[in-house]
Unconditional design. Structure first.
Length: 253
């Protein structure tokens, strides 16, 4: 199984902490490394990373990480990283073999979430999204969250930042099939912006977008200084295995 991690954007709200959002450290470990190692813990054997802003820095780090972690990491550079995130999905999906685990570079997850998601493959779905019904959680930023409305069978009926009412929040982890990139491409052809949510809504309209409830598992989106401060406090408790797999450097030893 491949993982596709989107890491192309500017990350303006974290710019005061780091020149590159994927390289922003949490407890000394860059977010992109946390993501790669979490994917490995879930069973992924190859990682595709879409780069853009500060691509040279990110790709140099990924080359080193590939050697240290012992996993193939394939960078795919997006020429125009100001485009909506669906363009990153389309670019990265061309390098993935079959279905893939889709992750955002600034999200962190307990390994069980990703491992469970990998087991959600079904011919009845073009994509499965990890969702959290705890919409009032203090770890969810209501101004930035992507909300999800579902039917009684757990299929997505609506998804976006401005929908109402809603049942859950999008956790930023997907089990994607090749249908997702095709759906994004089709929405662009129909005049949409090309966001990931546009593609998800197209699959939802076709009854092809399923969900997986993470129940009481831990995750968070590290998108601004407040969230980063919380991540520094909480991540060592919830991602102990991930951090244990990061070798100490000479300075840390």
């Amino acid at each position: 199984m491949d993982a596709l991690i989107i890491a192309a954007g500017y990350g303006s709200r974290l710019a005061e902490l780091s020149p590159s959002k994927p390289l922003t450290p949490v407890c000394g470990v860059p977010l992109i490394e946390i993501g790669v190692r979490q994917a490995m813990e879930a069973g992924v054997t190859r990682v595709v990373v879409v780069t853009g802003h500060k691509a040279d820095l990110v790709e140099a780090f990924l080359a080193d990480l590939s050697l240290r972690a012992g996993i193939e990491i394939v960078p795919v550079r997006l020429a125009d990283w100001s485009t909506p995130n669906g363009y990153s999905v389309m670019a990265g999906a061309t390098r993935c073999n079959g279905n893939y685990l889709l992750m955002m570079a600034d999200h962190m997850f307990e390994a069980d979430i990703l491992a469970r998601l990998l087991a959600e493959d079904s011919p009845e779905r073009g994509v499965t999204l990890a969702i959290d019904r705890r919409v009032d959680s203090p770890l969810v930023d209501p101004d930035d969250a992507t909300w999800v409305k579902m039917d009684d069978a757990g299929r997505i009926t609506a998804i976006g930042k401005t929908i109402a009412p809603y049942d859950a929040v999008d956790c930023g982890a997907f089990l994607a099939t090749p249908e997702l990139a095709i759906a994004i491409r089709d929405t662009i052809a129909a005049g949409k912006s090309g966001s990931l949510s546009d593609g998800m809504q197209r699959l939802a309209d076709a009854g092809r977008a399923g969900t997986m409830d993470i129940d009481d598992a831990w995750w968070m989106d590290v998108d601004d200084p407040r969230a980063h401060e919380l991540a520094e406090e909480l991540a060592p408790w919830h991602l102990a295995r991930t951090f244990a797999n990061v070798p100490l450097t000479a300075d840390e030893d």
